[in-house]
Design a protein around this ligand. Structure first.
Ligand code: GRG
Length: 301
């Protein structure tokens, strides 16, 4: 696989990010329409790394080139709308009770609790409508497989189930590494895995390609979570001069809490290695997927 220069990766991610922003702005209800529409736009637009949609687009491109990337856009937007709903609901007083999101007041702080719940509900529902309407990927059976994939990743066996498991384990002593890994596989990993698989499915990946890309998506999901935990931990150490704020302070078991910072960094490296090895065989077309792994690593460096 030929490595991309830092500048080329920057250009690619910048271009994809702008495309995603434009497509999201079109997919959401208009700004002037209603307070609900404004709340939905506030939750989605104006922030966020857009990791999930960019993963979906870059995977589609790795399989089928730029035309496949364009066809994957409705699915990429739907994944980001679901991600935005999950963050809005996660910030609610009944969950993490977080007044800030992406450097701004959280949705419920800005629009009120009831509207934050309803805007999240509407984002989730509209995401499925967007995928159901996505005629660009042709074959209705393929579209149905994608919709089922996203439903599985977002629902009771995926993200929501993972969030429930996380809440149930809060404050418990001696949570094992296996439990933490299982929670994150569902809570954050499932949607990241789905982003990769949706990109692959929409581009018509062969079963062996899909299997390799699934391994990539699973390893990226793990790497992303470990990096997030490390960032949380090191930011707290820098800010508060002590170990463990963020999730750890809320009584949640994290990778650094279980493994120590060095152990978490080693696990992160191993997950990144698995992700990169899964791309063998895709050649230069997977250079962006490879660069995204490097990005995840760099965040926690
Ligand atoms: C409430 C149904 C429901 C689910 C919530 C994903 C999730 C489940 C909660 C998010 C809590 C959290 C902060 C998890 C850590 C990892 C994570 C998902 C961070 C946020 O994702 P990024 O970094 O966010 O991709 P941006 O803002 O860049 O989109």
């Amino acid at each position: 696989m030929s490595a991309l220069s830092e500048a080329a990766v920057e250009r690619y991610l910048g271009a994809r990010g702008r495309e995603v922003e434009r497509a999201l702005a079109r997919a959401l209800p208009p700004e002037r329409g209603s307070r609900l529409g404004r709340a939905m736009r506030y939750a989605v637009l104006g922030g966020g790394k857009r990791l999930r949609p960019v993963l979906a687009l870059a995977t589609a491109e790795a399989v089928g080139g730029p035309p496949a990337r364009a066809r994957a856009m409705p699915y990429a937007c739907a994944l980001e709308m679901i991600h935005a709903y999950s963050l809005a609901h996660d910030d609610l007083p009944a969950m993490d009770d977080d007044p800030l999101r992406r450097g701004r007041p959280s949705l419920h702080v800005r629009f009120g609790e009831a509207m934050a719940i309803l805007a999240g509900d509407a984002l989730l529902t509209d995401a499925f409508a967007l995928m159901a309407r996505a005629s660009s990927s042709g074959d209705p059976a393929r579209r149905l497989a994608i919709v089922a994939e996203v439903a599985r990743a977002a629902g009771s066996v995926g993200m929501v189930g993972g969030q429930v498991a996380d809440l149930e384990n809060e404050g418990r002593r001696a949570v094992s590494l296996a439990t933490v890994a299982a929670i994150h596989r569902r809570k954050t990993g499932a949607l990241i895995r789905a982003a990769v698989r949706v990109g692959a499915l929409s581009a018509g990946a062969t079963p062996p390609q899909l299997a390799r890309l699934t391994s990539y998506g699973e390893a990226v999901g793990i790497a992303f979570q470990i990096a997030d935990d490390i960032l949380d931990e090191t930011a707290d150490v820098a800010r508060l001069g002590k170990q463990g704020g963020g999730d750890r302070a809320r009584g949640k078991a994290t990778y650094p809490a279980l493994l120590g910072l060095d152990g978490a960094r080693s696990s992160l490296q191993r997950a990144a290695g698995r992700a990169r090895r899964a791309l063998t065989g895709f050649g230069a077309r997977a250079a962006v997927l490879d660069a995204l792994v490097q990005r995840v690593l760099a965040r926690a460096a």
